[in-house]
Design a protein around this ligand. Structure first.
Ligand code: 3HC
Length: 324
């Protein structure tokens, strides 16, 4: 457990605020023991804990295919990938803990259904091609969103993101390669790959969050240099990355209106279904209830591991005291 590091200097201390503002203005990092405004701390706890929960819940859609992967090699790769996601969750929970929230508090918020996690993980994975589409689209979107977070103003978050992004790049390539293999296979395999792309494309665009004019947190997070680009800017960048890759794969992006507008230097798309997005956020997506129940069950079933670890730590500490 991390001891709370709530505002070390009272927030009305103008000098401390000025020092914080200077660090932000000079693109320096804020570290755990630096004074920071309470709202900055709260925003970081919100974003980092949501991000950590996403990594942990995000293990489920792919975990679903570990026992059914089509070969030993595919199984080993998928297992490694799902383990990476667990690791990402742990780095991020640790980063959030430096802000004064405990891991237990975050876990409790998640299993009680009071915490957000990414909308994308509330969709089902009925076919093997979903493993390809998740890697290519979901991890691809994650990279677009998360590479700028390596420069986030809060040190522990930015540093955690560096390693996470390296691993996400491998995840994206493995997804691309699964789809490429399927697209070079039989007509049924090609159809399966296209079907998965059709199902994951729009939800992956929603991962970047609401449009800029409906994003309540963006302005402040950008001023604090937590966010470096807006939701819409990153969504546009992602589409630009996908278009040439879709051509290489031979899949069609399921948007008949998708085209580049040269004069405006932007991609024109059909309207994203924001009603669907808000339904998923409200807990009414296709898999919300299942994801949360699985997480609760895993937490309850793991109680004996936590108890054993705590008992082991207690005995070790007692032994050290005896020797000393
Ligand atoms: N799913 C669920 N909630 C979302 C969301 C999404 N795709 N996009 C936005 N929201 C929520 C926000 O959390 C916020 O809710 P809150 O105020 O109650 O906390 C609300 O919608 C309004 O959105 P804003 O744009 O104002 O919120 P932010 O400024 O925080 O921007 C974000 C949203 C771009 C997701 C930002 O928080 C962010 O960059 N987070 C870090 C990255 C992250 O969490 N990614 C999740 C995916 S993890 C992953 O992809 C794992 C990998 O292995 C594939």
């Amino acid at each position: 457990m991390t001891a709370p590091l709530r505002d070390i200097v009272p927030p009305d201390d103008a000098e401390a605020q000025a020092a914080f503002d200077d660090l932000i203005a000079s693109d320096s990092r804020i570290e755990p023991r630096d004074w920071m405004p309470a709202a900055y701390r709260k925003t970081l706890i919100r974003q980092i804990s949501q991000h950590a929960h996403s990594e942990i819940i995000g293990m489920q859609p792919e975990g679903n295919w570990i026992s059914r992967a089509p070969s030993l090699k595919r199984k080993a790769i998928l297992m490694a990938k799902v383990q990476d996601e667990a690791g990402h969750g742990l780095y991020l929970y640790s980063a959030a803990q430096t802000l004064g929230i405990t891991r237990d508090e975050m876990t409790e918020q998640l299993i009680a259904g009071r915490a957000r996690y990414s909308s994308i993980f509330n969709y089902p994975t009925p076919s093997w091609a979903d493993m390809g589409a998740i890697g290519w689209l979901v991890d691809g979107a994650a990279i677009c969103n998360q590479v700028p977070l390596c420069r986030a103003s809060y040190g522990p978050y930015g540093r955690a993101m560096v390693r996470i992004c390296k691993e996400e790049s491998f995840h994206q390539r493995q997804g691309f390669e699964i789809l490429l293999t399927l697209m070079q296979g039989t007509p049924a395999q090609r159809e399966m790959a296209q079907d998965a792309v059709n199902r994951w494309y729009w939800p992956s665009l929603m991962m970047f969050g609401p449009p800029d004019d409906a994003s309540p947190n963006s302005a402040q997070s950008t001023a604090w240099k937590i966010k470096r680009f807006s939701n819409d800017e990153l969504r546009q960048r992602f589409i630009g990355m996908l278009v040439p890759q879709a051509e290489v794969l031979g899949v069609t992006l399921p948007d008949p209106e998708l085209r580049w507008i040269e004069e405006e230097q932007r991609w024109h798309t059909s309207e994203i279904d924001w009603t669907e997005f808000h339904e998923v956020l409200a807990g009414r997506g296709p898999m919300n209830a299942v994801r949360l129940q699985n997480r609760r069950d895993a937490h309850e079933n793991g109680a004996w591991v936590r108890e054993a670890a705590a008992e082991y730590a207690r005995k070790q500490a007692a032994r050290v005291r005896e020797v000393a």
